[in-house]
Design a protein. Structure first.
Lengths: 151, 83
């Protein structure tokens, strides 16, 4: 279980190697990498700046990571989320989950990215031709997170 | 009490954070928001649409009925958009 919030990019291959190093019981990894797109709402986006709430962000990510580990038998898990200014094509977030078999690894990974999107205190501001604008939360993201809500 | 504002709430209040002495008689988030709203047009604008404002006390999400004390850090922000 690990959570990192950082300005700099990350190396997906190196992170996955580190996550599984020394544990040959791991049979599968669930991995999600979020990338910055160059378009939003039909308008070109030049860059975006991710703001977050230091202190609460780590606490909230730790909480959902603990919840994933409670729900599924994971051997290891990792969340890395960047902040600061990003350009199209850059990596934003990495969620990686390791388990003996694919089902818990994939389900936990899906759960983590869905919950992260609706609970971790990050906000995106996009730079477009018509100026800077704050990204609005999407109902579809709330619905995706809601699917995982159970005791 | 430490107050924090993020994203467009920060743009509207004009500050990212501030230290205030919690006025007497304010016991919960609701009361704090009412007091802040009366401080000026930027604050009034920031809190105009309550349903668009999320609140955290000491880094935990809370509702508007949550109690507040002078030692708390209270943060106001819009629904999150990370990932």
């Amino acid at each position: 279980m690990a959570v990192r919030v950082q300005l700099e990019d990350f190396d997906v291959g190196a992170e996955l190697d580190r996550l599984t190093a020394g544990n040959t019981r791991i049979g599968g990894l669930g991995v999600f990498v979020g990338l910055m797109r160059d378009v939003a709402g039909g308008e070109a986006v030049r860059a975006m700046t991710l703001e977050h709430y230091p202190g609460m962000t780590e606490k909230e990510l730790g909480r959902i990571d603990a919840e994933a580990n409670r729900r599924w038998p994971l051997a290891a898990s990792l969340i890395i989320h960047r902040y600061g200014r990003l350009e199209p094509g850059e990596r934003i977030v990495l969620v990686a989950t390791a388990a003996e078999h694919r089902e818990p690894a994939l389900a936990a990974c899906h759960f983590l990215i869905d919950w992260l999107k609706t609970s971790a205190p990050f906000w995106k501001q996009e730079e477009t031709k018509s100026g800077a604008r704050w990204v609005e939360a999407r109902d579809a993201d709330d619905q995706a997170a809601e699917r995982w809500r159970r005791g | 009490m430490k107050l924090r504002y993020f994203a467009w709430l920060r743009s509207k209040t004009g500050v990212g954070g501030e230290d205030i002495a919690l006025p007497e008689g304010i016991a919960d988030v609701e009361g704090l928001v009412a007091w802040l709203t009366a401080r000026g047009p930027g604050y009034a604008e920031a809190f105009r649409e309550r349903s668009a404002v999320r609140v955290a006390v000491n880094h935990d999400y809370v509702g508007f009925d949550h109690p507040v004390a002078d030692v708390d850090e209270v943060a106001f922000f819009p629904p999150v958009t990370g990932g």
